[in-house]
Design a protein around this ligand. Structure first.
Ligand code: RP5
Length: 165
């Protein structure tokens, strides 16, 4: 199976990145995670993106906060799918990173998920990978069904509690 690349602009993004790692591990998807910044290590970030396809990656998830141009800078250097995760910063509650990540000019797409949306980014990467991986497609279906069952159980429990109160 091909790998998912995870890159974060700073180690301070790790709590959001961890949500993605947890999902990839649960789905048994190989991944590599690196700290690579579009402004602090621009050469290394571009090198990673340029060699990603040849290095066996299927998609890249880029996490960054503030003036978050990491996902766009990576997307500029690869034709692999790039998923951007805007991370909440100290001043604008993540709105700065959201707009910086989602508002890519035409021609270089970045599939942007919610602010701090690490889990959904990993699920989207898994769905991309599952096109050529039937076993992974089954694991994704099972996960959806388990999540739906949990909600239906909660619903039944809530109904019971409300009847008793
Ligand atoms: C971005 O700046 C990083 O992705 C991080 O979210 C933010 C702040 O970085 P640190 O100052 O915490 O290293 O490049």
């Amino acid at each position: 199976m091909k790998k998912i690349g995870i890159i974060m602009g700073s180690k301070s993004d790790l709590p959001v990145v961890q949500k993605a790692i947890d999902v990839l591990k649960e789905l048994e998807i190989p991944y590599e995670a690196h700290i690579l910044s579009a402004h602090r290590t621009p050469v290394e970030a571009a090198d990673f993106a340029r060699s990603a396809r040849a290095n066996g990656f299927a998609a890249i998830i880029a996490f960054a906060g503030m003036a978050a141009h990491l996902a766009g800078a990576v997307a500029a250097n690869t034709t692999l799918p790039v998923i951007g995760v805007p991370c909440k910063g100290p001043v604008f509650d993540g709105m700065d990173a959201l707009l910086s990540t989602v508002q890519m000019p035409s021609g270089i797409p970045v599939a942007t998920v919610a602010v701090n949306g690490g889990a959904n980014a990993a699920l989207l990467a898994a769905e991309i990978l599952s096109v050529g991986e039937p076993d992974l497609a089954c694991r994704l279906k099972d996960r959806r069904e388990a999540a739906a069952s949990a909600i239906l159980e909660q619903d039944a429990q809530l109904e019971k509690e409300l009847r008793q109160s």
